[in-house]
Design a protein around this ligand. Structure first.
Ligand code: PMP
Ligand code: GLN
Length: 382
C-alpha cells in the first residue's frame, strides 16, 4: 500500500455501516435514504438499459444530461452555462471533489475548508499534495466566523472549499456568510469549489443560495452537485461540476484519467429526472423536515442537546450531556449498548483539533418507523 493511502485513515462511513450490518443495529450513521427515488426515473434507467445505452458515454457526459444540468441551474438559480464547455458529468460528487482537487491543487498549495468537513476533502487534498486548513463552524450554532476565514488565508492558499447546505452540521450558509466568503475570495483572487449536493434539502424558511450567484463569484466558482441526495438515488453515483470553462476543463483533465466516463444507462435517466421531476426534490424536503423534527424532538427528550439543522440529512448532538467526552468511543460502544449506529465527528477536523471530540451525527433520512425504533432503543439503553 502506498504511503499516500496509508497516510489517510479509512473512511468512518464504511466502518460504521459494517458495524451496523454485523450487529443488526439501526443505522443512523451513513447518510442514505431507506426508500428509493421516483419510480418514473428508475423506469427511465430500465428503458436506457434495454435500448442500447450500455457502452461508454462521452467523457464529459451525454449532451442531453449536460443540457439538463445547465437548464436546472438556470431554472432554479438564474445561472447561465454553456453545456459544452461549462458542465462536466462526474461519477457522483465524490469524483467531482477528487477531480477538482487533483485538477486544481499543486503540491504545497493550501486548501481552506469549512470544518468539520466531509472526509473525502481531506483525503483528496492529501492525494493532490495539498495542505488542508480548517475554518471551524463552532458548536452550538455552527455559523461561519468571517474573521476566522480571513485569518486562514495565506499567500499559499489556492482555493476555498465550501459546502452548503453543510454536512455534517446542517448549517445552510446565509447571505451574509456567503458575502464574507465572496469578499475573501475576490480580495485574494482565489478559486472557490462549492459542494452543493444538499441544494434542495433545506427546511423551514431557509433558502439555498449558490455561491456562484454572488457578485464576482461566477468567474471563480466551481459548483459540485449530484443526483444522489436530490432524488434519493445515492447508489447511482452520477454527479456534475459546473462553472467557468477553465475550471471545468481542469476537472475534465483529471476525470479523464480517473473514470474517463460515468455510467451510460443512468445519464439519460438523470437528464429525464432533472427535466420531468422538477418538483420531486421539494416534496422530499417537506418529508425530511418532518423526519428531522421526529429525530430532534426524540433526541431532545433523551437529554441530548441537539442543533435543529437547517438543511441536509443530519443532526448533530453534544454527548457530554450524557456523561461521555469522546464521540468515537461513544459511537463504537453504541451498537452493543443500544443497537444504534451514529457517526463521530472527530475525524472531520484538521489534525490536532479537539473541537469535534464530543460531537456525534445522526441521520434522519430514514422511514419514521426506523427513527422511532432508533429512539426507543436509545431510550432503553443504560
Ligand atoms: N459531498 C457531501 C457533502 C456529501 O455529503 C456527499 C454524500 N456522500 C458527497 C459529497 C458525495 O456525493 P455522491 O454520492 O454524489 O458521490
Ligand atoms: N454523504 C453521506 C454521509 O455523509 C455518505 C457518505 C459516504 O457514503 N461516503 O453519510
Amino acid at each position: 500500500t502506498s504511503a499516500r493511502v496509508r497516510a489517510v485513515p479509512p473512511t468512518v462511513f464504511s466502518r460504521m455501516s459494517a458495524l451496523a450490518a454485523s450487529t443488526g443495529a439501526v443505522n443512523l450513521g451513513q447518510g442514505f435514504p431507506d426508500t428509493d427515488g421516483p419510480s418514473s426515473v428508475i423506469e427511465q434507467a430500465g428503458v436506457a438499459l434495454r435500448t442500447g445505452h450500455n457502452q461508454y458515454a462521452p467523457g464529459p457526459g451525454t449532451t442531453d444530461l449536460r443540457r439538463a444540468i445547465a437548464a436546472h441551474q438556470w431554472a432554479h438559480y438564474g445561472i447561465t452555462l454553456d453545456p459544452d464547455t461549462e458542465v462536466v458529468v462526474t461519477t457522483g460528487a465524490t469524483e467531482g471533489i477528487a477531480a477538482a482537487l487533483l485538477g486544481l491543487v499543486d503540491p504545497g498549495d493550501e486548501v481552506v475548508a469549512l470544518e468539520p468537513f466531509y472526509d473525502s476533502y481531506a483525503a483528496m487534498t492529501a492525494f493532490a499534495g495539498g495542505v488542508l486548513k480548517g475554518v471551524t463552524l463552532r458548536a452550538p450554532d455552527f455559523r461561519l466566523d468571517p474573521a476566522a476565514l480571513e485569518a486562514a488565508v495565506t499567500k499559499r492558499t489556492k482555493l476555498l472549499l465550501i459546502n452548503t447546505p453543510h454536512n455534517p452540521t446542517g448549517t445552510v450558509l446565509g447571505r451574509e456568510e456567503l458575502e464574507a466568503i465572496a469578499r475573501v475570495a475576490v480580495a485574494h483572487d482565489l478559486v472557490v469549489v462549492t459542494d452543493e449536493v444538499y441544494e434542495h434539502l433545506v427546511y423551514d424558511d431557509h433558502e439555498h443560495v449558490p455561491l456562484a450567484t454572488l457578485p464576482g463569484m461566477a468567474e471563480r466558482t466551481l459548483t459540485l452537485s449530484s443526483v444522489g441526495k436530490s432524488f434519493s438515488l445515492t447508489g447511482w453515483k452520477v454527479g456534475w461540476a459546473t462553472g467557468p470553462a477553465e475550471l471545468v476543463s481542469a476537472v475534465l483533465g483529471a476525470k479523464q484519467w480517473l473514470s474517463f466516463t460515468s455510467g451510460a444507462p443512468l445519464q439519460p435517466a438523470v437528464a429525464w429526472a432533472l427535466e420531468h421531476e422538477r418538483t420531486w426534490p421539494a416534496s422530499l424536503a417537506r418529508d425530511l423536515q418532518a423526519r428531522r423534527d421526529l429525530l430532534c424532538d426524540g433526541l431532545d427528550a433523551l437529554g441530548l442537546p441537539v442543533r435543529r439543522p437547517e438543511g441536509t440529512y443530519f443532526a448533530v448532538t453534544d454527548i457530554s450531556a450524557l456523561g461521555w467526552d469522546d464521540g468515537l468511543s461513544f459511537c463504537l460502544a453504541l451498537p452493543e449498548r443500544a443497537g444504534v449506529v451514529a457517526i463521530p465527528l472527530q475525524g472531520f477536523y484538521a489534525d490536532g483539533s479537539s473541537a469535534g471530540r464530543q460531537l456525534v451525527r445522526w441521520a434522519f433520512c430514514k422511514e419514521p418507523a426506523v427513527l422511532e425504533e432508533g429512539l426507543r432503543r436509545l431510550g432503553a439503553a443504560d
